[in-house]
Write a protein that binds this ligand. Structure first.
Ligand code: ADP
Ligand code: MG
Ligand code: MG
Length: 901
């Protein structure tokens, strides 16, 4: 059986549709889908992604049947447009375009006008009656093909044009005549001959196969590999190649080309957003060579531009395009990013795909589309990437801050960023790696800059529009971006930006505001953004839809307030040691540690008691009635000790201890492996009075807060680092004894629970024993990951990136839960724990609580809640809702499959 490697699209032969994305790639499957909808798509064919795989598996050779299948599909295109490839009188010209499963902006280069040579150009000239157009198309082809396929640097081609313009007094490309372009073509070919030592290919078939191979070849270039790595796209997916009949937007003033979004991709506002250029071809719009014009009058006025919009300049075609916009939106039920060309007042659709959008736009589109009846609430919830909410929760510029605005560009990707000026992608990576924030400043960006853009806080360009490479990529990555700030003279070579009479150098601090386009010198204060109405609406839907609760890890009043504002339903982890570090307290903490005996220790602890009590009372008050899990002291004691000699001396003096005694005690407390040393509940076992003081502070604080707020506080006391049930039993008894004492003293009681963190493999393995003494388990996945993998979180940075690179672990196990290893322990502990204690409450409180993939895992295991840092609470709320929905859907599918079976 021979495989089918080639699929036709277009009105006469349409073999694909949008469901075939994996095989035909995004571009190819959507071209077929549009043709199927009856939209005007120039005919063509798609060489499948399977060919890409076969090509690389087979030493870069094509499957045997491919060439015949291409011939056959090409013949169908010829028949459909009534022209012949390579024919001198009636030539068919082609575009060769890449298209992977998911769009990879700018990754693969397109070759247009393929099939032109010294003979066919005459046919094009005769047919169009426009010699200038024909020769301009020809030189574009030689330039694109020379650059993309033959690898001749595009600057060299541009130099040829510049020289020609200088010698012939042409200010702009449009001043160059047919004869001029003819001359340029000759020069181009000479350049190719000279650079490569062989002539530019004249044979259209050779051109076609050259271009096809270039597309497949570009799948493996470093910039494509980098993009895939950042976006976690497997290399095995491959790209498809689309070969399509050309239509011409550069044949005169009744022609145009443009790109559009069916809604504003920055704000989500429901208006037709886009740019077009009259008498232009292909990438002229995004390349930033000519300034594109707005599609609509509304858009034009919004941007304060007086060049006519397409709506005004070409009303009839615009109406058609507007109609396509509605058709596509109601068909795909999502915001689309489209590319089109107008040839002699006739509209052609060249691409559609789901539009990349900012988090703000994603939210607004999702909520609006529910209101418009286009999608359900569930779909809306699934449409918004939880991780992207981060963009909304981060600071914007303080409107009252003093700003030294030096210029303004286009507001290309919202949010504000501040950092050191760098001029190259490499510098951005190096500095970012060293922990600095950087603003990457470029004339314009290109796909080579992907890694630098990812490393940067913000991106600033002096050229290019709202759909330039910089703008599109920055929005996708959630980096703020100001594009096309034309007053900036960015001189990367000399690491200098000139603007007016000012100079900005590498390392200087700039602030950019991607929401207004402002560029400012120096650091500008930022504030927390107001969350939009849509945010509240979507979060409300998420809350209705999720099963798991979401709590926050917080200990300071500020964090606790932020957490509540973001919708936390309690505190899942309050780390008491953070309360010990305040300057006023550290002295007492140190005295406690240096105490020679229990008596001395109790004196120091008595000083700490009122401080802890008021901390807890405050926290309980803020969380008024919501559960608060308080972890008793956890870190090794030496973390609290002075390390600098001056500090040591000062402590010795104020505590009235001799320098030698301090030095001796410091020596005693030294541990070779503090992470596995005298810490966690081991401190409680050896110095019970510490935990007793903390328990007393918790109960007294809780009673205080209950009186003040009127809402019953329910403290959950958490014993850390338990590895054996006995530890928990001993400490639980002590906590309960303190509770009885406090209740007796105050003449009142409250409900509380005692539980443990599961952060040692032994705890997970003996969970059935431990559950007998615990009211709850909280999976401390930071330590559980360290102890399960035997990998120190503080030291992993040196080797973990290499591990992830080589696929030893798919992701950093400290940011996304290692579900195969650590995850299994969690499941095991859950099952064992619940088998003896049905009501055992289960949660997770590591960094992973705010990671959507880990949250999904928690839903599958059936935990009761996740707890994460306050800023990630909304992310976890949405992720939990999505996890509930997808779990329910897969269970429903499972049930259906069972029935069928
Ligand atoms: P990218 O993936 O970078 O968007 P495309 O394959 O979409 O690359 O091609 C870029 C541009 O080239 C398109 O937006 C369109 O303007 C132009 N183009 C592609 N195919 C054709 C065609 N058949 N006729 C006219 N222009 C085309
Ligand atoms: Mg491109
Ligand atoms: Mg495109």
């Amino acid at each position: 059986m021979t495989s089918k490697w080639v699929y036709s699209f277009g009105k006469d032969n349409n073999e694909g549709d949008a469901t075939m994305r994996n095989l035909l790639g995004g571009k190819g499957s959507n071209l077929a889908e549009m043709a199927g909808l009856g939209l005007p798509v120039p005919p063509g064919f798609t060489i499948t992604t399977e060919v890409c795989g076969a090509y690389y598996d087979n030493g870069q050779n094509y499957p045997q049947e491919l060439s015949a299948q291409v011939e056959e599909a090409l013949a169908r295109v010829e028949a459909s447009v009534d022209a012949r490839f390579g024919d001198a009188d009636n030539p068919l010209l082609l575009s060769v375009r890449s298209g992977a499963r998911v769009s990879m902006p700018g990754m693969m280069d397109t070759v247009l006008n393929l099939g032109l040579n010294d003979d066919t150009v005459k046919g094009l000239e005769a047919q169009s009656g426009d010699a200038r157009f024909a020769w301009d198309s020809y030189r574009r082809f030689v330039q694109m093909y020379g650059d993309v396929v033959l690898g001749v640097d595009h600057h060299e081609f541009e130099d040829v044009i510049d020289t020609y313009k200088r010698d012939n007094n042409c200010a702009q490309d449009t001043d160059i005549t047919a004869e001029g372009w003819k001359f340029v073509v000759g020069e181009y070919k000479a350049l190719v001959q000279q650079t490569l030592g062989k002539p530019f290919p004249n044979d259209p078939k050779e051109q076609l196969w050259g271009a096809i191979s270039a597309v497949f070849g570009s799948w493996m270039v470093p910039r494509a590999i980098t993009y895939r790595k950042i976006n976690e796209i497997p290399g095995s997916w491959g790209t498809a190649v689309n070969v399509q009949a050309m239509v011409f937007g550069n044949m005169g003033d009744s022609c145009a080309t443009g790109v559009a979004f069916t809604r504003d991709p920055s704000t989500g506002e429901n208006y037709f957003y886009g740019e077009y250029l009259i008498n232009a071809q292909g990438e002229d719009v995004v390349a930033g060579i000519r300034t594109p014009q707005s599609l609509t009058q509304y858009g034009r006025e919004r941007e304060g531009c007086d060049m006519p919009s397409m709506e005004e300049a070409m009303p009839a075609v615009f109406a058609q395009l507007d109609d396509v916009r509605s058709k596509l939106e109601s068909h795909y039920r999502d915001m689309q990013d489209i590319e089109f060309t107008v040839q002699n007042d006739k509209l052609f659709m060249l691409q559609t795909r789901a539009g990349k959008r900012t988090a703000k736009a994603a939210l607004k589109c999702a909520v609006d589309m529910v209101e418009e009846g286009l999608i359900s609430q569930e779909e809306a919830l699934l449409r918004v990437d939880p991780q992207s909410l981060d963009q909304l929760l981060h600071p914007t510029l303080d409107p009252n801050a003093v700003k030294d605005v030096v210029t303004r560009g286009l507001p290309a990707s919202p949010g504000a960023g501040c950092g050191q000026v760098v001029f190259t992608s490499e510098a951005a990576e190096v500095k970012a790696h060293a922990g600095e924030s950087v603003i990457l400043c470029r004339q314009e960006t290109s796909p080579e800059d992907i890694a630098g853009m990812h490393a940067a806080t913000g991106i600033l360009t002096s050229r290019g529009g709202m759909t330039s490479h910089a703008a599109v990529v920055a929005r996708g990555m959630g980096r703020c971006c100001v594009a096309g700030a034309g007053d900036l003279h960015i001189d990367a070579k000399n690491k200098l930006i000139r603007v007016g009479d000012r100079e900005i150098r590498e390392g200087d601090i700039l602030t950019i505001d991607g929401s207004t386009g402002e560029v400012m010198v120096g650091l500008v204060d930022t504030i927390q953004p107001e969350l939009s109405g849509e945010f509240g609406v979507l979060m409300g839907w998420a809350d209705e839809r999720r099963r798991m609760k979401v709590r926050a890890n917080a200990e300071t009043p500020l964090d606790a307030k932020t957490a509540r504002d973001f919708g936390a339903e309690g505190i899942g982890l309050c780390r008491t040691e953070h309360m010990f570090f305040e300057p006023a307290r550290i002295q007492s903490v140190r005295e406690m540690i240096f105490a020679n005996d229990e008596g001395e220790r109790r004196v120091a602890l008595d000083k700490l008691l009122p401080e802890q009590r008021s901390d807890f009372a405050g926290l309980f008050e803020i969380m008024s009635g919501l559960p608060v899990t308080v972890r008793l002291l956890d870190p090794p004691l030496h973390e609290f000790l002075p390390h600098e000699q001056a500090d040591i001396d000062q402590f010795a003096q104020s505590a009235g201890i001799s320098g030698e005694d301090v030095a001796r005690r410091l020596g005693e407390l030294h541990e070779s492996n503090p992470m596995l040393g005298h810490r966690g509940c081991r401190l409680g076992i050896t110095y019970p009075e510490i935990y007793e003081m903390q328990a007393r502070a918790i109960f007294e604080g809780a009673l205080e807060a209950t009186v003040r707020t009127g809402a019953a506080v329910q403290p959950e006391i958490m014993i850390p680092l338990v590895g054996a049930v006995k530890e928990l039993e001993i400490l639980r008894t002590k906590v309960e004894a303190i509770a009885e004492q406090v209740f007796a003293e105050k003449g009142t009681t409250l409900e509380y629970t005692v539980g443990t963190m599961i952060e040692l493999p032994r705890a997970a393995l003996t969970a059935d024993e431990i559950a007998g003494a615990a009211d709850f388990f909280s999976f401390g996945t930071n330590d559980l990951t360290q102890t399960t993998l035997g990998m120190s979180r503080d030291d992993a940075a040196n080797f973990l990136p290499v591990y992830v690179d080589q696929g030893v672990y798919e992701r950093d196990p400290f940011s996304s839960l290692d579900t195969n290893g650590v995850g299994r322990l969690i499941e095991l502990a859950k099952v064992a724990g619940r088998s003896v204690n049905e009501g055992l409450k289960l949660g997770i409180c590591g960094e992973h609580g705010g990671d959507p993939a880990s949250v999904t895992f928690c839903e599958h295991v059936g935990l009761d809640y996740v707890s994460c840092s306050p800023y990630r609470v909304p992310i976890a709320r949405l992720a939990a809702a999505q996890a509930s929905i997808s779990l329910e859907r897969s269970e429903a599918r499972g049930a259906k499959a069972k029935k069928v079976a």
